[in-house]
Design a protein around this ligand. Structure first.
Ligand code: ADP
Ligand code: MG
Length: 683
């Protein structure tokens, strides 16, 4: 059998050196398949326009005839080149800055294609790119893809390489959807769709390609969930938890606070599932600070007192350690042992822990992805809890679940989304919602200021730190590159060290090693660091009650729910807390977002307004909303497709031929790769 695209390294593509291979790795691209599925997030439009239809300020491409002798003015090393142009019946001026060398090529009567910004009032085009049709105009008339890139990878390199990859391997792109579905929605074949997404001939075709892949993405996602559900539905052979109520009440009474009504209600829902032979698969959603951890602790306690072990899986090491500490405090008085398993737990420590888990000596283990490694065994796993749900896929949860004999599964997410959306997005789960936060919290005051007030913001930092508090300063986000984000944070760190020589200023970003990150977080927890400069890596779950000030630079670049998550890092102690959004948003939506943040502190309200503000085609929209992430699809904008795909997937998996017919083999392969096995039914 010939190789599949996911078995061919990008090195096999002409023009990809070892160095470039390494750079591509940073974007999660290592095989030809990865590259071909690395889609552009927008297109540069070089299609020819007519001056009769353009608007002031548009970026346009037009074909024109050179109608005068060019005039060159030099100012020191700078220059300005102007020339009259004729397009259809319009006369206008084309202006180039610092392109004096073009002068000799601008001969009257010659055709030229110009791209630039149109000034309607002055009938002038400020040219950014130009091409001559008599020399072959390559860009003109086309849509050029724009990829998310950084480092040594340039747009032109990735465009060229993508073209090369399509030429070498395009023919091998397999179809994976069954014919019946292609016909039902009149979808483009997969090969054609992927090709046209990278090299659209026109926007209609590009859109058809996108439509096909959006459907495929959503369908595969739903297939995964529906298969998982079908394989587990109605299973009455789950763990039956038998811990009696009095024992659980004793644990709850040991907390330094009363449960909120919302916590009590959710606790009942969870305990009801846990006590029944039905396999619990429940999503617990609640706003930041609504007290999900304590609910998870009750469930974990229940499993231990019923004679089982529990596992808590979180997305980062920092979080794992944090949870480990707080759970230990809660469980110690009850003689329940808690272990920690992360990537940094190695050697003898790891071996001892694994042995102890297998023998059932450790009751509860908190960890990262390290928990789902093959050599992790439990004596009797009764409950799996995963925190910050959207960072784990269904498949990862499924792997952890398989480490026990049908353990109950509780999944927590801090990003509240409307219930209807939640049910569809997480179609394999029942949903519980923590709708209120503990009483007595001091509200977080949110301010929105312009950059010109940065001095005052710095003054605010001094005030808080001088009172013994701590502050976060979040560096601006550059959507196209993680490396630039890091650079921003590094620059900001240097500036703040200069601005606050008396304080210890820490730096945290995604390109640091785990050990480095942990060390900085430890210093921040212990107040050895007063001001923490960070990228969004602190977004999830970090809990430092003494931190009272959250400053977010260029806040308009962040999505609403991400801003809300970041704000949730403060207001966790007994001191008044503040969130300062530093932003000069240009768009109305950007201004609106800042407004929403200053108006409400309620996560459900933020999420409702977020969905309202995000229009269709908001490519990056979903990224921060707590909904599953897709390469092309958008849970909100493409909601209708989500529902269709869900119905199609459900129908398919309930048809017994799905598990045997050769037509569905690519889909079964997919499920297997995603670690969802038919064997789940039988084991
Ligand atoms: P999240 O839902 O964001 O994970 P946590 O579980 O971290 O929230 O809880 C935030 C803080 O609120 C913790 O310090 C926790 O101890 C505290 N907390 C939880 N439940 C209550 C309650 N019912 N009353 C008062 N404080 C609570
Ligand atoms: Mg939490």
């Amino acid at each position: 059998m010939s190789l599949k695209l996911d078995q061919i390294s990008v090195r096999q593509i002409n023009g990809v050196s070892a160095l470039k291979e390494g750079e591509l790795h940073a974007f999660g691209v290592s095989t030809v398949k990865d590259l071909l599925e690395y889609y552009p997030f927008r297109y540069e439009d070089y299609r020819l326009r007519s001056l009769s239809e353009v608007k002031d300020g548009d970026k346009i491409t037009i074909q024109a005839k050179i109608a005068s002798v060019p005039v060159l003015q030099r100012y020191g090393r700078k220059s300005r080149l102007t020339c009259k142009m004729l397009a259809e019946n319009w006369m206008f001026t084309a202006t180039w800055f610092n392109r004096h060398f073009l002068k000799d090529q601008l001969t009257a009567g010659r055709e030229i294609v110009l791209t630039g910004k149109w000034d309607q009032r002055r009938m002038q085009l400020t040219v950014s790119e130009s091409e001559f049709p008599d020399k072959g105009a390559f860009r003109s008339g086309t849509l050029q893809p724009v990829y998310s890139i950084g480092g040594k990878i340039t747009q032109s390199w990735i465009r060229k390489t993508m073209g090369q990859a399509l030429e070498q391997y395009g023919e091998m792109i397999p179809e994976i959807l069954p014919q019946s579905l292609l016909r039902k929605y009149d979808l483009m074949p997969r090969k054609a769709a992927i090709m046209t997404i990278h090299q659209p001939v026109d926007s209609r075709e590009g859109q058809e390609g996108r439509r096909r892949m959006v459907y495929e993405e959503l369908f595969l996602f739903q297939l995964k969930m529906q298969a998982f559900r079908a394989l587990n539905r109605g299973r009455m052979d789950g763990v039956v938890h038998t811990a009696d109520n009095a024992t659980i009440r004793e644990f709850v009474r040991s907390f330094p606070f009363e449960l909120t009504d919302a916590q009590k209600k959710v606790e009942l829902e969870i305990l009801h599932d846990m006590r029944s032979p039905y396999c619990m698969n429940r999503l617990l959603q609640g706003d930041v600070g609504s007290g999900k951890t304590i609910v998870a602790a009750i469930a974990l306690f229940t499993t231990v007192r019923s004679g089982f072990q529990g596992a808590l899986m979180v997305p980062t090491e920092i979080l794992a350690e944090q949870h480990m500490r707080s759970l230990q405090k809660l469980f110690e008085p009850f003689g329940i042992t808690v272990g920690l398993l992360t990537g940094s737990v190695t050697g003898k420590k790891r071996k001892d822990l694994l042995a102890s888990l297998q023998m059932g000596l450790t009751d509860i283990v908190v960890g990262t992805h390290a928990l789902i490694q093959d050599d992790v065994y439990f004596r009797e796993l009764g409950l799996v809890v995963t925190d910050e749900q959207h960072r784990f896929g269904v498949n990862q949860r499924s792997v952890l679940r398989r480490k026990g004999y049908n353990p109950d599964v509780l999944t927590m997410t801090a990003t509240p989304i409307p219930r209807t959306l939640a049910i569809t997005a997480f179609g394999d789960m029942d949903v519980s919602t923590l709708s209120e936060r503990p009483k007595g919290r001091i509200p977080i005051t949110t301010y929105w200021v312009k950059h010109e007030l940065m001095d005052r913001v710095l003054g605010f930092i001094s005030r808080e730190v001088n009172q013994g508090r701590q502050a976060y300063l979040i560096a601006p986000l550059i959507e196209e590159s993680d490396k630039l984000d890091v650079q921003n944070a590094i620059d900001l760190h240097v500036q703040m060290q200069q601005a606050f020589p008396a304080y210890s200023v820490g730096l945290l970003h995604g390109r640091m090693t785990l050990a480095e990150k942990d060390e900085v977080m430890r210093q921040f927890y212990s107040n050895e660091v007063q001001l923490l400069i960070s990228t969004t890596v602190v977004e999830v779950g970090v809990d430092v009650p003494n931190a009272t000030l959250m400053i977010i630079m260029d806040a308009d670049r962040f999505g609403l729910s991400q801003l809300h998550q970041l704000r949730g890092r403060v207001g966790r102690g007994q001191h008044a807390s503040y969130c300062v959004l530093v932003a000069d948003p240009k768009s109305e939506v950007g201004q609106e977002r800042m407004q929403v943040m200053t108006e409400t502190e309620d996560g459900f309200e933020v999420s409702r307004r977020d969905l309202e503000l995000r229009g269709p085609g908001d490519f990056f929209g979903t990224k921060q909303s707590g909904l599953p992430e897709f390469r092309l699809a958008d849970m909100v904008a493409d909601f209708k497709v989500v529902e269709e795909a869900r119905g199609d997937a459900a129908a398919l998996v309930s048809d017994s031929s799905f598990w045997t017919s050769p037509e569905y083999e690519p889909l079964r392969d997919f499920l297997q790769q995603e670690k969802i096995f038919q064997g789940d039914i039988m084991d």
